[in-house]
Design a protein around this ligand. Structure first.
Ligand code: NIG
Ligand code: ZN
Length: 410
């Protein structure tokens, strides 16, 4: 099966030879796909090859499919009541300390059957394709019992097999201390290390293990124990770090060689330096800072100057960031993190792919790679964060197949 995408105004892909933020901009080209892979970039003065399917991209831009490297898409009920409580003045931390937040989602998750949660999650994740996202990292973390964490990871793995979007599973049993362990948190850490991690690894239900390392959640010592145990079982580490307090999460990520450290709003200079030295990828989630109504954003420029390659993500979850629109995150990251369009392209394709170990298959437009692509109805790359809040996706292509096409022009 050969598909020709013809008359592409701009084909943008990270310029891997020139480094972070540098973009290859090929104008007026065509792209040939074959059997799900990228076959050839064709200059406008070359003859057009035969193809079974032709897509006209006149006046549009072609980018690698976006990769969202930090999401929590498997939950049951939404939490709009807590959103209103925050408008009225309660903080996210106060709501969590009073038993709301993640623990609220956990209580609800445990009441629903696997099939019910799977169905609602299936409908939710389909929306990522509409926004041009072709791969997501997907975390468990609303079960917090062995049985319910397994339920969550099974849903992620089954949805990965059953529909077009790729889901890369992360075990987040240490997302919170559940109600029944509030008076005995050490026992919960033991349960995660001695029962959940071995089972998740044995059943190959996750590639990564994550911990919410944060004041009031898991300490640095507890996080170290959980993540090093997971690494002994062959899972790679990611960590929610320094989001609500400067807590030593970035330093821990560097110390244990985590693949990513995420959030990092309050990461220290020392932590940033250590991450750059160890090659830890900062995954920045400015939509969360925005949605929590906070003013202090992660120091992306300091991280980039220190030598980090930065990724960005929606952090899609029912509490602290409900958007699935990575294009909106481009705008927030541009304005609040001072990231430039070329850096945002890297951050949501190549670097995100590296953070998930899939950079050989995805994350850039090169012959031989999976044909995971997005056609955007924009005149140039700068336009994407500029015209904000809407969905510019004209078409999403996953493994060479059209999986989303906008119905009407505007
Ligand atoms: N910080 C921890 N986890 C999520 C929030 C989850 C929730 O509030 O349900 C986050 O990344 O923001
Ligand atoms: Zn998160």
């Amino acid at each position: 099966m050969r598909t020709l995408i013809k008359n592409i105004d701009h084909l943008y892909t990270p310029d891997l030879n020139r480094g972070f933020g540098q973009v290859l901009d090929l104008q007026k080209v065509h792209l040939l796909l074959e059997d799900g892979y990228i076959r050839q970039i064709i200059a406008s003065d070359q003859p057009l090859p035969e193809a079974d399917e032709i897509i006209d991209a006149s006046g549009k831009c072609l980018l690698p499919g976006f990769i969202d490297p930090h999401t929590h898409p498997v939950f049951w009920k939404t939490r709009e009541d807590e959103f209103v409580m925050r408008i009225e003045g309660k903080s996210y931390e106060e709501i969590a300390a009073a038993g709301g937040g993640i623990r609220n989602s956990v209580r609800k998750f445990r009441q629903a059957s696997k099939e019910e949660i799977k169905e609602i999650s299936r409908r939710r994740i389909a929306r990522f394709l509409e926004f041009g996202v072709t791969t997501i990292e997907a975390k468990s973390g609303y079960g917090l019992s062995t049985q319910d964490e397994i339920k969550s990871l099974e849903i992620i793995n089954e949805l990965n097999d059953e529909q077009a979007l790729d889901l890369i599973p992360t075990f987040l049993g240490a997302h919170e201390v559940p109600d029944e362990y509030q008076q005995n948190r050490a026992a919960y850490v033991e349960l995660v290390c001695k029962e959940m991690i071995p089972l998740v690894a044995e059943r190959k239900l996750a590639r990564y293990c994550d911990v919410f390392c944060e004041q009031g959640v898991f300490t640095v010592e507890e996080s170290r124990k959980i993540l090093t145990t997971a690494m002994e079982y062959g899972l790679k580490a990611r960590i929610h770090a320094d989001e609500l307090a400067a807590f030593g999460g970035a330093e821990l990520a560097a110390e244990i060689g985590a693949v990513t450290a995420d959030h990092l709003i309050l990461a220290s200079d020392e932590g940033i330096r250590a991450m750059a030295e160890r090659g830890v990828i900062p995954v920045l989630l400015p939509g969360t800072t925005f949605f929590l109504g906070k003013d202090q954003y992660a120091r992306a420029r300091t991280m980039i100057e220190a030598g980090c390659q930065v990724a960005i993500s929606t952090d899609f979850n029912p509490g602290s960031s409900t958007t699935q629109n990575l294009q909106l995150i481009w705008t927030i990251a541009a304005l609040k993190l001072k990231m430039l369009p070329g850096e945002l392209l890297w951050a949501s394709t190549w670097v995100a792919a590296r953070s998930l170990g899939i950079e050989r298959q995805a994350g850039s437009i090169e012959p031989g790679k999976q044909a995971d692509l997005v056609i955007l109805d924009i005149p140039n790359l700068n336009y994407l964060p500029y015209h904000y809040g809407l969905n510019h996706t004209y078409m999403t292509i996953k493994n060479g197949r059209v999986v989303y096409k906008r119905l009407n022009g505007y």
